[in-house]
Write a protein that binds this ligand. Structure first.
Ligand code: GTP
Ligand code: MG
Length: 333
């Protein structure tokens, strides 16, 4: 058996970059150096020419990435949805803790269980935003008393694509905290406090039933709700074709006497709207009754009132035709 050359594994042969040197054949360096001391001798594949170029730097990630449906929509994003086939814009108004966000969450949770009356859920661009708001209210979240988290500042929309009578309908619902509405009650112009008011097809003024159940607070609650309705409807703030719904929430906290008292006073709340709008509804709901299993009351009726066609078809936003310029939902004409 002859000598067997033990070849180094591929990629591990030593080579010399000097063309005068026959180190590769003889194993001798022409300069008489040990391979480790010769700057020309390198591991095969490790020379400057053969060394793979460094991997290109990953592309710069923009600081904010919008994951599909992860956050509520900003006004321009809401505009983009409205530009496709028009959308019903719902302004959810009411003082802090009236239950605005809870109402949104409960609608979403009801749709997860199936159609709500004849209306089916067909999708949402803000699924994760709904989930995020729903999570603290679920027993699985581990909180002792499931609740809704207070809304933080900002103008955001949640989106529902609904199917009814063979037609799809995009609905954009605001999730705005109570403060701007309290400012309207204190005298601020609603077009300043909530500039998108002129774009709303439907405004829901939510009244906190827990305050109506409180003898010490009920008169003032009616007075303040009336001021809010006035602020939203006077001076053409809400368009005259818009619908106003006064919704008493948290009816689960009311006694029969409280209900009677409310039925005698609720027209006082709606009255300023009737001077400007012809489409005014009064509805009593419980978005999330305190008692387990927290089954919402009369939200189907509320949704029907929202989806009923308005007197004149809601004005569709122009398509996103750049040359015409886009009319934003949140600006006044
Ligand atoms: N008993 C009862 N409590 C309710 C009902 N709806 C909402 N709540 C509670 O009312 C509280 C306030 O609800 P939110 O939805 O955070 O109120 P909000 O109007 O969004 O408040 P802001 O974002 O601060 O303006 C929470 O503790 C809810 O659980 C209801 O129908 N019945
Ligand atoms: Mg809220």
């Amino acid at each position: 058996m002859g000598d067997v050359d033990i070849l180094p594994p591929p990629g591990e042969a030593l080579v010399c970059a000097n063309p005068e040197c026959d180190f590769a054949q003889t194993g001798d360096c022409t300069d008489g150096l040990e391979p480790a001391d010769c700057p020309q001798i390198t591991m095969h594949g490790d020379s400057a020419e053969e060394r793979p170029t460094e991997a290109p730097a990953p592309p710069q990630v923009p600081p904010v990435v919008r994951l599909f449906g992860a956050t509520a929509l900003s006004p321009p994003e809401a505009d983009d949805i409205a530009a496709v086939r028009g959308a019903t814009m719902v302004l959810l108004a009411g003082e802090a803790e009236a239950g605005k966000t809870t109402l949104l969450v409960s609608l979403f949770e009801l749709f997860r269980q199936g159609p709500l009356d004849e209306v089916r859920f067909a999708g949402s661009q803000t699924l994760m935003a709904f989930e995020e708001r729903a999570w603290p209210g679920r027993a699985a979240s581990g909180v002792n008393e499931p609740d809704t988290e207070r809304t933080v500042e900002g103008l955001r929309f949640l989106h529902l694509l609904l199917h009814r009578d063979g037609q799809l309908r995009d609905v954009l619902l605001t999730d705005i905290w109570g403060e701007p509405f309290e400012n309207i009650i204190e005298g601020d112009a609603s077009t300043e406090a909530v500039p998108l008011v002129g774009r709303a097809d439907v405004a829901i003024v939510l009244v906190d039933g827990e305050r109506i159940a409180n003898l010490a607070l009920r008169q003032d609650t009616v007075r303040r709700a009336r001021m809010l309705v006035g602020g939203l409807t006077e001076n053409g703030a809400l368009r005259e074709q818009a619908r106003l719904i006064v919704a008493l929430n948290k009816t689960d906290t009311l006694t029969n006497d409280d209900r009677t008292w409310w039925s005698e006073h609720r027209d006082e709340v709606a009255e300023p709207a009737r001077r400007h709008l012809s489409d005014v509804h009064l509805i009593d709901i419980a978005a999330r009754p305190a008692k387990v299993p927290h089954t919402p009351q009369r939200l189907g009726e509320l949704l029907r009132a929202v989806l009923e066609p308005t007197k004149r078809p809601s004005r569709q936003l122009p398509h996103v035709a750049a040359e015409q310029g886009r009319r934003a939902l949140w600006t006044q004409e």
